[in-house]
Design a protein around this ligand. Structure first.
Ligand code: ADP
Ligand code: ZN
Length: 769
């Protein structure tokens, strides 16, 4: 390009300093640039504009360190930084260090992590307004004839407005003096006064007006007091520690969080409260809002300028309480004292795009880095957290076993679908559930039906002798998976074509017989669809007002309106996915039905049992939230399945014990740490070969570094093709979590063996599909 004939950089005066820069373009490296003298001081955490690559494309990056020029990487001739973008660092030292940890632990380029830590609205400055100010140019006296000009000068003198920092907002001043802009312009033209500009951001209310609820301060019960006392001891100690607060819904956990936060604020420190996005309703936010003076909210329903305003508020207010979804863990609070992670077991804390972090685990790390307290709350804690409480010295276990208001526990009932004598055709609703629905409607009460449609495959089952196809190595039911490849290539006598059965624990696969090996009758695969349920409900309850809720198709706004309608009694039966299981409070709901408890068991994931238990427990919490009581019907073909059996008996401990047995045998979390390397390519053969190379590279590194890591694969992912991309995966398992970091540290430095294959690394994966 002609412009490059005269290289500008030759003319720059170097300042003797170098900025190290991380880019969010996906390059997994950082780069050094010379700082020109004319730019003045640059600080880590500011964004800079630099020429990047051979074409010197103008690119933005984060300054992550400043060092003397002598420490430069001498191999390359360094280029000059062009421009400073942010007046002040967007990320302070604490957040930069946190970002570095995330980048290392979750194997993600540092620049991408830093970029993800900032809301887009903050990076763009959405909603910021430049407001014109005025101050005097100097302290000289001026002999002026214009009375109006003198008036302005007097006002500026009175306000001590002699520089940009003390400047007065122009419009306000002119209005109060009843003077027009031309007068001020003349003063500036004469060099007597100066205009300056200040950035302003309107604070926008994030809590809907008219929703200000008042709560009387409750008196904690003995259990809450014991738990709170323990947490307060930790707050007083001002050392890193984690407390698990294990308590059923309505046991008063939130009340304990609030008190712990009050104590933290008294010490001048701030709090971050993480909630699953779906639980961030106006009610929840409002509950915190009416207990704390300074609160900021970060979630996806805010507008861009609201988000920027909230972020700026966090940066400038201390101490304060930040409430938000997963990414609120990146809030720029100055002096962090406590982090609360409610519903810590929720899989939605894991982000499934880069950086693939888990908000809960990141919270624990951040608490450790800042000597803060982390409180994890759940009615059904994750096995990982329970295990940490047993084995790690910083963790402690606190429990709230009872509901605060002595409401009767809902009555739980298993319906064995295999024993149902159905009329012709397929039936998803048992006779008993149908009768209960009718009664509920007659009593002018409401029902919620849950159909977990996420299950995409069927389990294999003999309807006559109830034999279920099981894994050879583990005591678990196998799941049927459709496979395009098998459809085309393999045809084996007596075996079901087009798919295979798979074990969610050891991942072994087998073909499926047409006939039951026990009784010789034909096997069945059980599956269901929500459309079918809708038709059936309409046919069986023709007068009921029924609405289907679908988290995918329904807009947020419609969802809230729907919930309001349901609350107002305009709908009799609400049915839909898991979204209905969470945090809804409808006193008139006395019946809850889980159409198929089996469908969440079918997901090919070793956490399927754990999720099923959690789900039943959560859904059950929706029934009987008033003195009217409640009934929960759980339909299943597997009434003796441990997750279902224990959930109905409310025996969490029993469930955990049973589940841990399987996990231990297969070195799965919490006993082992997992990482998945996923590879995809549109060309199947290229993918197969490339995946093999990657597996070999990893195997070699494991060997040369002497790490105790088990590598399985490459093998096709459970869903072997998505959007025309074939998918393969390599699973890494280790008993010692410290093993993964050195492996990936070396692996990410290798040159990619094949530029067609897209590789992603998922550490502590939640989604195994
Ligand atoms: P959780 O977070 O475990 O679901 P909450 O803290 O939300 O429980 O408490 C459930 C309800 O009980 C709330 O309406 C709360 O105001 C009320 N509550 C909590 N603790 C007490 C208490 N000690 N006495 C009376 N009511 C309480
Ligand atoms: Zn198995």
């Amino acid at each position: 390009m002609a412009n490059n004939l005269f290289d500008d950089s030759e003319k720059e005066q170097p300042s003797g300093k170098i900025a190290t820069i991380a880019f969010d373009s996906g390059v997994d490296n950082v780069f050094d640039y010379l700082l020109p003298d004319k730019l003045g001081d640059v600080l880590p955490g500011q964004r800079l504009e630099v020429p990047f690559g051979r074409a010197n494309k103008t690119t933005q990056g984060f300054c992550i360190a400043i060092k003397p020029a002598e420490q430069a990487n001498k191999k390359h001739k360094l280029k000059f930084v062009k421009k400073i973008i942010d007046a002040a660092p967007l990320l302070d030292e604490r957040l930069l260090a946190f970002g570095k940890w995330l980048s290392d632990f979750y194997v993600c380029p540092l620049g991408q992590v830093l970029s993800a830590m900032l809301p887009a609205a903050v990076k763009k400055g959405t909603g910021e307004k430049q407001v014109k100010h005025i101050c005097l140019a100097d302290r000289q006296e001026h002999n002026l004839k214009s009375k109006k000009q003198l008036q302005i000068i007097d006002a500026l003198k009175a306000a001590n407005a002699f520089d940009a920092d003390s400047a007065i907002e122009l419009n306000g001043l002119l209005q109060s003096l009843n003077i027009g802009t031309t007068v001020a312009n003349k003063l500036v033209q004469a060099g007597i006064a100066k205009f300056t500009s200040q950035t302003f951001l309107r604070e926008l209310p994030v809590v809907p007006a008219g929703m200000l609820l008042k709560t009387d301060k409750v008196i904690l019960n003995a259990e809450q007091k014991t738990a709170l006392d323990e947490i307060i001891k930790k707050i007083e100690a001002e050392k890193f520690s984690v407390a698990l607060l294990h308590g059923v819904t309505d046991s008063g956990k939130t009340e304990v969080y609030i008190r712990a936060i009050e104590k933290t604020l008294e010490k001048g420190k701030s709090a971050i409260v993480l909630l699953p996005e779906i639980a961030l309703t106006a009610q929840t936010v409002q509950r915190f809002n009416c207990r704390f003076k300074n609160i900021a909210v970060m979630h996806c329903q805010l507008t861009a300028s609201q988000r920027n305003a909230q972020w700026q508020k966090i940066k400038t207010t201390s101490p304060l309480v930040v409430i938000g979804a997963r990414s609120a863990i990146f809030a720029p609070v100055a002096n962090l004292g406590i982090i609360v992670v409610d519903e810590e077991h929720e899989s939605s804390y894991k982000q499934d795009t880069v950086p693939r972090y888990n908000g809960r685990d990141a919270a624990i790390k951040l608490a450790q880095m800042t000597d803060a307290i982390c409180v994890l709350g759940s009615a059904t804690p994750s096995l990982e957290t329970l295990y940490n409480c047993k084995t790690k010295k910083h963790f402690s276990y606190l429990s709230l076993p009872n509901r605060v208001m002595n409401l009767p526990k809902p009555e739980m009932k298993i319906i064995d679908m295999a024993a149902e004598k159905f009329a012709k055709g397929v039936n998803l609703i048992s006779e008993e559930l149908q009768t209960a629905l009718k009664q509920t409607l007659e009593n002018k009460q409401q029902a919620i039906l849950m159909l977990n449609r996420r299950g995409f495959s069927n389990f294999i089952f003999c309807p006559s002798c109830r034999y279920t196809l099981k894994c050879r190595n583990c005591d678990v039911a196998l799941t049927f998976h459709k496979s395009e490849k098998l459809q085309k290539t393999i045809e084996i006598k007596d075996r079901i074509k087009g798919g295979f059965a798979m074990c969610h624990y050891c991942l072994s696969q087998t073909l499926v017989p047409h006939k039951c090996p026990m009784c010789g009758k034909a096997v069945t695969m059980f599956g269901l669809g929500s459309q079918r349920l809708e038709d059936e409900l309409m046919a069986k309850l023709p007068n009921a007002r029924i609405v289907r809720v679908d988290s995918d198709s329904m807009q947020k706004h419609d969802y809230y309106k729907l919930l309001a309608d349901f609350d107002a009694g305009k709908i009799d039966i609400l049915f839909g996915t898991q979204i209905l299981a969470k945090g809804l409070h409808f006193p008139n709901v006395t019946l809850v039905g889980i159409i198929s408890a089996d469908s969440s068991l079918q997901i090919p994931d070793f956490r399927a049992n754990e999720r099923t238990y959690q789900l039943i427990c959560q859904v059950a919490g929706r029934a009987g939230r008033s003195s009217k009581g409640g009934r929960v019907f759980i339909q299943t073909f597997l009434p003796n399945q441990p997750a279902i059996k224990f959930a109905v008996q409310n025996d969490f401990e029993g469930f955990v014990k049973e589940e841990l047995k399987h996990r231990k045998l297969c070195l799965l979390p919490p006993f082992g740490r997992l990482a998945i390397v996923r590879m995809r390519d549109t060309n199947f053969d290229r993918l197969t070969a490339g995946s093999q190379t990657i597996a070999e590279q990893l195997t070699n590194l494991i060997g040369s570094l002497g790490l105790d890591i088990k590598l399985t694969g490459p093998m096709p992912s459970t869903i072997s093709r998505i959007q025309r991309f074939y998918r393969m995966q390599i699973i890494l398992q280790t008993a010692n979590p410290a093993n993964l970091a050195p492996l990936f540290d070396s692996f990410r430095r290798l040159k990619p063996s094949n530029s067609y294959i897209q590789t992603q690394i998922d550490v502590d994966p939640i989604n195994l599909l």
